[in-house]
Design a binder for this molecule. Structure first.
Ligand code: GDP
Ligand code: MG
Length: 162
């Protein structure tokens, strides 16, 4: 069986944009409105000769009621079913309380986690990614899902963790 990589993080950090970048086509729905991806959606993907399944999720607001908590539970299910996780944060916004809560959930899952610091669209933004070392999840990979910057190194690391 091929490995399963779940892409999780807060709404609007760029998870679906990253999934589309990895797939090389526009399959996942990208929206300016947070929380648009409501379900887990699984795609067949390939990188450097390795086939894997890539699961896009609706985002993780660990702390809210109603529809958002339904989305969060889809993210939890995705992690439970995954072999490895790509945890996406927003390098332009920086570290948030929600990010830290998600990290605790990810830690308790015991799954290998690769941190993607998205929206690092230029060289200066790449330096800001080092803030995310303090999550204690290893090397943070600055990426621009929109432009493709850094996505190859991120995938190398995530697939290595499978
Ligand atoms: P999701 O809710 O985490 O799936 O986020 P989306 O993929 O829907 O993206 C949310 C917003 O962030 C959209 O307006 C995207 O165009 C924007 N976005 C995604 N990736 C990047 C990036 O690398 N750089 C910048 N500047 N914006 C991005
Ligand atoms: Mg999405």
């Amino acid at each position: 069986a091929v490995g399963v990589i779940a892409v999780v993080g807060r709404p609007n950090v760029g998870k679906s944009t990253l999934v589309n970048r990895i797939l090389g086509r526009r399959a996942a729905v990208v929206e300016d409105t947070p929380g648009v991806t409501r379900d887990r959606v699984s795609y067949d993907a390939e990188w450097a000769g390795t086939d894997f399944k890539l699961v896009d999720t609706g985002g993780w607001e660990a702390d809210v009621e109603g529809i958002d908590s339904a989305i969060a539970s889809q993210a939890q299910i995705a992690v439970d079913l995954a072999d490895a996780v790509i945890f996406v944060v927003d390098g332009q916004v920086g570290l948030t309380d929600t990010d830290e809560r998600i990290v605790r959930l990810l830690r308790s899952s015991g799954k290998p986690v690769t941190v993607a610091v998205n929206k690092a669209d230029d060289q200066n933004a790449e330096y800001a990614a080092s803030e995310f070392w303090k999550l204690g999840l290893g090397e943070p990979y600055p990426i621009s899902a929109m432009h493709g910057r850094g996505v190859g190194d991120l995938l190398d690391a995530a697939i290595d963790s499978l």
